[in-house]
Write a protein that binds this ligand. Structure first.
Ligand SMILES: [Zn+2]
Length: 307
């Protein structure tokens, strides 16, 4: 049994990789770029041979147009993809394919993966490769018989530029110039959009802060008012209670309170107390006539109950 790529003998059957047509040894398999290894069973031995020759490893990426993630880019003569370069002269077609996985948060937005599909001129070989490890958002529009996905701006731009480069053929230099120009414009627009977004976010944060401050003050005022009202109610309740207590008391109770006596008491006792009280509350000593009258009225009443 032979490897269909290097023609070396495969001694151990377990160490061969079966292709769509033919087989290769583990050694040859390991040397292949990852995008090919990932789909190895979709290729024939002839295609693998061709791909091995055409796609070469490259490090670092030196491109004049690339995605922000640096996974993919475009050089003067090559498309760069995940550490490999593919000659533009060998490329027949190129496209991004979006694979929706879930609905986005906004209407008409899907979350999903993007794969890159590169069709090579010879043998109709299709290279398929994950464009990004991360999920991306794509706005979509449903037309009569298809769904159109609008990819993130950098992928969109790269697709447009590479397509333009492929179409231009000999005039690739002109295509590059045009692409660089539109890229500069695109960068500028992106910067502007981001600046506007930043400013909007700042303004929103400021507004939120101001609102929080206003709410806090209003809350404070409300609490202050409630406290005052509660205090007022408490005072009113107190006064009512006092009035109720006083009105419920008999004239005798009031008299006893005033003289600080409890039954039984003698006439002598209350007389002494009256004299002391009158002396204390005499108008000349800073007391009042009303108080003296109150003392005398109480005295007259208490006399009736004295022993
Ligand atoms: Zn081999």
């Amino acid at each position: 049994m032979k490897c269909n790529v290097c023609n070396n003998k495969i001694l151990d059957e377990n160490k061969q990789i079966i292709l769509k047509k033919g087989r290769i040894c583990k050694q040859c398999f390991r040397e292949l770029p990852k995008p090919i290894r990932d789909h190895i069973d979709e290729y024939t031995a002839g295609q693998v041979k061709y791909l091995k020759k055409t796609i070469t490893k490259v490090d670092p990426i030196n491109t004049w147009c690339r995605t922000s993630s640096h996974i993919m880019g475009l050089g003067d003569d090559y498309i760069y993809l995940k550490g490999y370069k593919i000659p533009i002269s060998e490329v027949k077609a190129f496209r991004f394919v979006f694979h929706p996985v879930a609905d986005g948060k906004k209407p008409n937005v899907s979350i999903g993966r993007i794969t890159v599909e590169i069709t090579l001129k010879k043998r109709g070989v299709l290279l398929s490769c994950e464009f990004s490890d991360k999920m991306v958002e794509a706005v979509y529009r449903i037309t009569k018989n298809s769904i159109i996905y609008f990819l993130p701006a950098d992928a969109e731009f790269l697709e447009k530029t590479i397509t333009e480069a492929l179409r231009s053929g000999q005039d690739f230099v002109e295509a590059k110039k045009a692409a660089l120009k539109s890229k500069a414009k695109w960068d500028q627009k992106k910067a502007q959009t981001e600046k506007a977004k930043r400013e909007e976010a700042e303004a929103a944060a400021r507004r939120a802060k101001e609102k929080a401050e206003r709410d806090r003050k209003a809350q404070q005022t409300r609490e202050e008012k409630e406290r005052r009202e509660e205090e007022q109610r408490r005072r009113e309740r107190q006064q009512q209670e006092q009035r109720r207590r006083q009105s419920s008391k008999s004239p005798l109770d009031n008299a006893k309170d005033l003289f600080h006596v409890e039954m039984p008491f003698t006439k002598e006792q209350i007389k002494t107390i009256r004299n002391e009280l009158l002396k204390k509350h005499h108008p000349d000593a800073g007391g009042s006539l009303e108080k003296c009258q109150e003392i005398n009225t109480a005295y007259d009443l208490l006399l009736k109950f004295a022993n």
